[in-house]
Design a protein around this ligand. Structure first.
Ligand SMILES: *Cc1c(COP(=O)(O)O)cnc(C)c1O
Length: 412
């Protein structure tokens, strides 16, 4: 197989039907941004939208905007816009709270819906907040135990004690993608519910919640959905569970009739029962701008570009960086991975810092992973080329050894 050269890369960008979508984002010049899976880029329409919501809707419309600008239904409206990205019915998704809080709400709901079962099953090394919230849910529902099993053992570990299986579809560090259909089937065969965390999937890889018969899902608004720092998260509950499952955070926005101001909690009959308090309207407006961009693109092309970007990254690293001690953590099989590629390297931290100093923004994930995320809406094949070129250069001239690259920052 012959090496990939720069004209191959240019040809890939020229043939990319999604290339024009990059103009929908305000990206800094001279930066190769491979961190859209930590914090997505700023959509070009978001500043004006926020300005309008602040100065007109809030400033002039004041409290009347709950009705006149439909603030009251924003959680459901934006949820319905996310639905097609995850293979969900629009009335089964709402935007609310943070991913962490939604994990808690749905875990407790699931535990209560499976009396006689006392186990939350997850995997070791899952994203920390998922395990921490499982711990909190277990503390809330007395007698609950959190168990973990590695991906190869997970199906065997689902037994008659398991109430709910909590897994992250695409692993935040390795990029490994679980077989959603098979694990969901296995959980159902043993009478357990399944809760998928889609934080590293939504907007970058194909997800078919309805097709896989998934019970519950949650995901993040500020990664591939480009909702902005701290954007609210979304949650999915299959329609068959709307009547039976209840959120432990029984706030008034989840009430059947919040503006009746009654003393007794009566959950809404539909997905609205998983809302809690007053929604963050400014953040919801920003998230809506990010999510709306997806309505313009062909999803199959989006998923295909994600695969092609990762394939290009892996091939170029194989060709040009093999001698520098990087160990690929991400599966080579596109069917088994998400939209980021990670390498284990003992010096991953200073290497990541040296890359940032040279305009290539990726992530370090403790203890030894260099993670590079590929956002099919705005990453170019040229960016992948430049990133590998920069990695090769800082490794060859040992630029990463400069002492300033080893200084640890608070957020990595
Ligand atoms: C990013 C991420 C989260 C984030 O949770 P927050 O409540 O937004 O801090 C949770 N789970 C996974 C798997 C993530 O990747």
């Amino acid at each position: 197989m012959s090496d990939i050269n720069l004209s191959d890369i240019r040809a890939r960008d020229a043939a990319d039907p999604l290339a024009p979508m990059r103009e929908r984002f305000l990206l800094p010049r001279n930066t190769i941004y491979l961190d859209g899976n930590s914090l997505g880029a700023l959509p070009a329409t978001t500043p004006a939208r926020l300005n309008d919501v602040v100065t007109e809707q809030w400033g002039q419309g004041l409290i009347g905007s709950w009705n006149t600008h439909d603030w009251a239904s924003a959680s459901r409206r934006v949820g319905a816009r996310i639905a097609p990205l995850i293979g969900a019915r629009p009335d089964c998704v709402v935007v609310a709270d943070s991913t962490s809080v939604n994990i808690y709400k749905l875990l407790v709901a699931a535990l209560k819906a499976r009396p006689g079962r006392h186990v939350i099953l997850s995997e070791p090394g899952n994203f920390p907040t998922d395990l921490y919230m499982a711990d909190g849910a277990a503390w809330t529902v007395e007698g609950t135990e959190v168990r973990t099993a590695t991906p190869d053992r997970i199906v065997d570990a689902i037994d008659k004690d398991v109430a709910v299986v909590l897994l992250t579809h695409v692993h935040y560090k390795t990029g490994y993608k679980h077989d959603m259909a098979a694990i969901t089937r296995a959980a159902h065969a043993k009478g357990a519910l399944i809760l998928w965390d889609l934080s590293h999937s939504v907007g970058a890889v194909e997800v078919d919640l309805a097709g896989c018969d998934v019970d519950l899902a949650i995901g993040c608004g500020y990664k591939y959905l480009n909702g902005g720092p701290g954007a609210p998260a979304f949650l999915y509950v299959a329609a068959r569970h709307h009547a039976a499952l209840r959120s432990p955070l029984s706030g008034w926005f989840g009430h059947a009739a919040p503006f009746d101001f009654g003393d007794d909690y009566r959950p809404a009959p539909d997905i609205g029962r998983f809302l809690c308090g007053t929604p963050p309207i400014l953040s919801l407006a920003a998230l809506e701008e990010g999510v709306s961009i997806f309505a313009e693109v062909d999803m199959d092309r989006l998923w295909a570009k994600s695969r092609a970007l990762c394939d290009t990254m892996i091939a170029l690293m194989d060709e040009r960086c093999a001698r520098f001690g990087f160990e690929l953590m991400t599966p080579r099989d596109p069917a088994r991975r998400g939209s980021h590629v990670s390498y284990r390297h003992p010096d991953a931290y200073p290497i990541c810092q040296a890359l940032i100093a040279h305009g290539v923004i990726g992530d370090f994930r403790a203890p030894d992973a260099l993670r590079l995320g590929f956002t099919p809406l705005y990453t170019r094949f040229k960016d992948v080329w430049m990133a590998v070129e920069t990695i090769a250069r800082i490794m060859a001239d040992e630029e990463w050894r400069r002492p300033e690259h080893s200084v640890r920052r608070a957020v990595t």
